[in-house]
Design a binder for this molecule. Structure first.
Ligand SMILES: Cc1cc2nc3c(=O)[nH]c(=O)nc-3n(C[C@H](O)[C@H](O)[C@H](O)COP(=O)(O)OP(=O)(O)OC[C@H]3O[C@@H](n4cnc5c(N)ncnc54)[C@H](O)[C@@H]3O)c2cc1C
Length: 549
């Protein structure tokens, strides 16, 4: 017997996108029955809380929306969905006001009372709004409080398993309580996937560990179109802390923005060879790849990384501006104030994701996507500071659109077939924990910072085999079941990534092929993938800005 819940709007995920969606929908009509199901804890899970550096928005009269837009498109190597990118840029300033005036956030100020904005890589103007170097905590704590003050129902430690398909539309999702294994059929008139991406499929990664690409995988399994899955960003400065789960956690971009330098194992400031103009302030793809080449050439640090050195910025400056980073390093025995710290490229963010329109609608009736689950706005590479802005802007837009959708139509109640999801234990088979380790190695070695056709083909073979082994993995406890479910999503996402990466025979943004090391103008296209058809390409629509000829 499966428990059932009925709602108007079901939101999977409680990061910035999920919470903004809930609050916006509620503002449109307090009568709407809104349910949030979140794999982690409310306000404590996902990557929005982990945001260190900040949020890009045009606030200074000397800056402009056109400049922010151009930075975003150039950073995205010209394959962004330009209308999504424009919405992001256009609404980001309004949402900062909303976060302060409605949710109660308070961002750092200049002496004259205006909001302080700091430099981030790839930007032509210092436009990153922040609260110290722990901006996400400020945003998420206040959004959580706003949710708790509302009547929005929150199911914590409750994961989306599968979207409910009924009469040609999405009518909610099956959920599983992680602590009990109880399966719940949550019917809804509109459903939002906002579960963040799946960069945790790599050996070294930065996101919160419960994220496993579930939203993209669920949407794909239900038939949604997914865009640009080959585009996965590596952040250049993930800490190296041996086998600790802290390996991959980030030293934020603002450090490089402020002048921190990168050195190889020979003590050379290697960015001079790769990007002599921008040096460490080059975009993440360029810096990550440069570090990777140094390591691959045997010029890495003892732990197979490179060194980040901020000591010349001075103790006072670092303590005032990056206390969280200083503390993070100290927690692991590193001294950011006076010494070099070993770092590595760390899988960070998926630019690809579910194809949406500007109102976060997908090609499936009743299904919406926002935040990292959605693709298109960032093209081939996301600028630091545009990620949380994306979640806040498109989360809000999804909430508005879902409320309008539900209020404006008579949506039928979905029929549910949940039988196949009752948990089946299997006391024989391989450990899902070990299989997950193998997946991380496959992705790191064969579909990582530097790719080739041969390695991607090998990744696809190994992923297919892993998929079969994962189907028969041992499931002898709830944690094993949870890990097996995560593994299933990550393998689906990994396969999509490798298939699209194999197709894109050029290098662009975060996607680098050593067998096709240059961008090819013929590839000013987006790659789409869906369950029931082969991947296909569509030319980028240059609706606002065209690439230089
Ligand atoms: C360390 C770090 C630092 C960052 N710093 C910055 C920065 O300075 N500036 C910037 O712009 N961006 C930054 N980012 C990126 C930014 O965090 C993301 O772009 C953004 O927060 C994603 O928001 P989201 O709402 O899509 O997902 P998240 O905030 O990641 O939330 C996902 C939610 O979905 C839940 N979930 C997962 N699976 C399921 C499931 N199956 N069912 C139900 N719920 C599920 C999770 O528990 C979580 O609540 C950073 C990321 C990291 C990892």
């Amino acid at each position: 017997m499966i428990d059932e819940i009925d709602s108007d709007i079901l939101i999977l995920g409680a990061g910035g996108a999920g919470l903004l969606a809930a609050l916006h929908a509620r503002e449109i009509s307090p009568k709407l029955k809104i349910v949030i199901a979140v794999k982690g804890l409310l306000g404590q899970s996902g990557c929005t809380r982990m945001v260190q550096g900040g949020y890009n928005a045009v606030l200074n009269p000397s800056d402009s929306l056109d400049l922010h837009f151009a930075d975003t498109i150039k950073g995205g190597a010209w394959i962004n969905h330009q209308e999504l990118a424009w919405k992001l840029v256009e609404e980001a300033p309004r949402r900062i006001v909303e976060l302060e005036n409605k949710a109660g956030c308070l961002f750092d100020r200049n002496p004259d009372g205006t909001i302080h904005q700091k430099p981030f890589a790839g930007q032509s103007f210092d436009r990153t709004v922040h609260r110290g170097d722990l901006t996400g905590i400020e945003i998420m704590s206040n959004l959580r409080d706003a949710i708790l003050e509302s009547e929005i129902r929150v199911l914590q430690e409750c994961r989306g398993l599968e979207l409910i398909e009924s009469d040609g539309r999405i009518g909610g999702a099956l959920l599983a309580e992680i602590r009990t294994g109880r399966v719940i059929a949550a019917r809804a008139k509109a459903t939002l996937v906002a579960t963040g991406g799946g960069a945790t499929m790599y050996r070294i990664s930065s996101p919160s560990l419960e994220k496993s690409g579930d939203g993209m995988a669920m949407a794909w399994r239900a038939g949604a179109s997914i865009v640009d899955m080959e585009m996965l960003q590596f952040h250049p400065t993930g800490l190296l802390v041996g086998d600790s789960i802290a390996t991959g956690s980030l030293l934020e971009e603002g450090l490089r923005g402020a002048g921190a330098r990168l050195y190889n194992g020979l003590g050379e400031r290697f960015m001079q060879a790769y990007d002599p103009q921008r040096l460490e302030r080059a975009t993440r793809d360029v810096v990550s790849r440069s570090s990777f080449f140094e390591i691959a050439a045997g010029r890495g640090s003892p732990s197979n990384g490179v060194f980040l050195d901020a000591s010349h910025l001075g103790e006072k400056f670092l303590m005032e501006n990056f206390p969280g980073m200083v503390e993070r390093c100290a927690d692991h025995g590193f001294d950011l104030l006076h010494d070099r710290v070993e770092v590595s490229p760390s899988a960070h963010y998926q630019m690809g994701g579910v194809r949406i329109d500007a109102d976060c609608r997908t090609n499936l009736e009743g299904l919406f996507a926002a935040g990292e689950d959605a693709g298109g706005a960032h093209g081939a590479n996301r600028l630091g500071g545009n990620g949380v802005a994306d979640s806040i802007v498109f989360g809000g837009r999804a909430g508005d659109a879902m409320a309008d959708y539900v209020l404006g139509s008579d949506v039928p109640r979905a029929r549910v077939d949940a039988e196949r999801w009752s948990r089946t234990s299997r006391d024989r088979g391989e450990s899902p924990f070990a299989l997950r380790g193998e997946l991380e190695d496959v992705m790191w070695e064969s579909a990582g910072v530097v790719r080739s056709g041969a390695r991607l083909r090998s990744a696809l073979d190994r992923l297919a085999a892993l998929g079969e082994r994962a189907e028969n993995a041992r499931v002898d406890s709830l944690p094993a079941w949870n890990t097996a479910l995560d593994l299933g999503s990550l393998i689906d996402v990994g396969k999509m990534l490798a298939r699209c990466a194999l197709l894109r025979t050029e290098s662009r943004g975060a996607h680098f092929r050593e067998d096709y090391p240059h961008p090819d103008p013929a590839w000013l296209k987006n790659i789409f993938i869906a369950r029931d058809r082969d991947p296909w390409c569509e030319p980028v629509a240059f609706t606002r800005l065209s690439p230089p000829v």
